[in-house]
Design a binder for this molecule. Sequence first.
Ligand code: TTP
Length: 393
Amino acid sequence: MKAVVLAAGEGTRIRPLSGSVPKPMLPVADRPLVAHTVDAAIDAGAEEIVLVVGYEADTVREHFEDSYRGVPITYAVQEGQDGTADAVNAASEHLDGSFAVLNGDNLYDPAAIDALFDACPAVCAVEVENPSNYGVLSTEDDTIVDIVEKPADPPTNLANAGAYAFPERAREWLEVPASERGEHEITDVLARVIDEFAVTPVTTDRWMDVGRPWELLEANEWKLGDLNRRIEGEVSDAAQLEGDVVVEEGATVKPGVVIEGPALIRSGATVGPNAYVRGATLVDEGASVGNAVEIKNSVLSRGTSVSHLSYVGDSVLGRNVNFGAGTTVANLRHDDEAIKFTVKGERLSTGRRKFGVVAGDEVKTGINTSLTPGLKLDAGATSRPGEVVERDR
Ligand code: TTP
């Protein structure tokens, strides 16, 4: 079966992280988010991956090229971002026979994708506590009989997990009318397939849709948690690595460093001397964590530097960020309430008691900057020495 992987979106809700990198290419442990999807499809036996690209398409092409893990990769370009059905329609000419559709910004349990391919026609379903936020599936005798988008009164707690195995005929039904929000939705294609075929729900315990910045942190918590200890880089005898820590070849860990896994120190990164890295932390390629710095449960993207005497907790830093000495991130409110974050102008609860800051590419802080919880710093934003930054900039 061929697998269509949707990766044409910009990821407007995850800004400022999607400035130079489309959301599917943001780092989740040792690979881009979308590579976890492609891997799951290949592990399930996909004979070809059709990647639908659009926004910043070249970054996706450069990563996967024409073949990935021995499986051919074909690209389909979606010109506008007119919805998920429109995206699959852009891939239609590459399809023959039954086909799978997966979201390039979702993390799936690979075993569920395997079961999905075997059960075609099928859709992945996950039990959720708040079905009203999802497409909700109704079943009878282990067959799906209906899907309703975000119902006020959900018939079940089975949410659509955005992974489909469609029969060949579905190719003829990709041109669905636009929905209320003006997009051509794959769920309308699914509704037609449900009408004409017996569609099996493949339930999965673990699934994540990565839409907002704190979900990228949670995706890293998931995938870093799956790592097994591997030390291939240069690690000082005077460093202490505890648990599932991965130090890739070409990475350096200097004396006096303590790293508590899960943590991934990627090639070209340096940690220390005398740094403390804990929680699920990714120090991506070429990033550096310097003297007397503490990093907890955070993502430091490529080329980012937190060089000395700083604390970064529960935060996502984009590429080539530079935190001046003594920069301190607050990640907890005095009243213990969940931290809020602004997404497309709207203040939303992250649901997290602990959440620090999200910094776009090239952000620079002056020495002794204090950053308050839930702060969003746009790409290129700066602070002056000694500033207390309490508002997004
Ligand atoms: P969404 O998360 O709905 O859209 P997005 O990725 O553009 O993010 P945002 O809403 O924050 O702007 O998309 C779900 C998946 O489908 C995701 O993998 C991107 C992909 N997609 C396309 O390929 N083409 C499209 O036109 C749309 C809307 C989404």
